[in-house]
Design a protein around this ligand. Sequence first.
Ligand code: GDP
Length: 139
Amino acid sequence: MMEQTLAILKPDAVRKKFSGAILARYEKEGFRICALKTRLLSKAEAEGFYAVHRERPFFASLVDFMVSGPVILVVLQKENAILAHRQLMGATDPAKAEKETLRALYGESIEYNAVHGSDSAETARFEIPYFFSTVEIVG
Ligand code: GDP
């Protein structure tokens, strides 16, 4: 099934100039970049985006991190894009991520882990319109 998923190149990856390498990897792995923009998230935007994690002990720290610098928001399209992107990202903790995954290559800690990816079709349906209007997405 052709799917779209939301990827975020997080502030750590952008700061370290890994954006080009990560975007190149997406194309190499057969994803099409349907939409892309650089944004500095507001605190309210980051809190709303991660609302499901509101009760987690790391929520405040995660929000502070996500607003600490520009992020690059990307809509990726491919057959089974959601799972394919999760596999390409690797485990949340870069130390536990498979070799050659984005988090193993570019992440530095369980929080500063370089990329975000929608984890289900339901999540993607919330996350993509959270940042992009339909006219911005070339499917
Ligand atoms: P993901 O779907 O793999 O991104 O992981 P989660 O949805 O569980 O967590 C969202 C984000 O919160 C992660 O990507 C990390 O940036 C951060 N995070 C997750 N677990 C922890 C943790 O135990 N400690 C800290 N400080 N941050 C975490």
